[in-house]
Design a protein around this ligand. Structure first.
Ligand SMILES: [Zn+2]
Ligand SMILES: [Zn+2]
Length: 102
C-alpha cells in the first residue's frame, strides 16, 4: 500500500492526502509540483528516478475497508537528507536521461 507522506521533502509544503500537486517516485519519495518542475527537473534526489502524480486515496468508503479512514495518510514528515548545494550537480547529471533509461 502506498505511503501518503504529509509534506514535500524539499520545501516542506504540506501535501495532505487530497493534494493535487503531490508527486512521488517509485520509492514513494514525495515532492510538490513546483519543486519537481523548477528544482528537481523530474529527478528524485534520493534515487535518481522520475516522478508521477500521486493518486488520491478516496475519503469515502465506496468499497468495504478501503478508504482514507481505514488506511490513513502518514503523519511522519520527511526532509531532504542530501546537501542542497550538491543537488544541482546531481540533477544536472541525470535530468536529460529519460526515466526509462536511468
Ligand atoms: Zn516542494
Ligand atoms: Zn526516489
Amino acid at each position: 500500500m502506498l505511503e501518503l507522506r504529509p509534506n514535500c521533502e524539499y520545501c516542506d509544503k504540506d501535501l495532505p492526502a487530497h493534494a493535487s500537486d503531490a508527486h512521488i517516485c517509485s520509492y514513494e519519495c514525495t515532492y510538490c509540483t513546483t519543486c519537481v518542475e523548477t528544482v528537481l527537473h523530474n529527478v528524485c534526489p534520493n534515487c535518481g528516478g522520475g516522478f508521477a502524480p500521486r493518486p488520491i486515496r478516496p475519503a469515502t468508503e465506496r468499497r468495504p475497508g478501503v478508504f482514507l479512514g481505514k488506511q490513513p495518510a502518514s503523519a511522519t514528515r520527511k526532509h531532504l537528507k542530501w546537501d542542497r548545494g550538491d543537488l544541482p550537480a546531481f540533477v544536472e547529471a541525470v535530468r536529460r536521461i529519460p526515466p526509462a533509461e536511468r
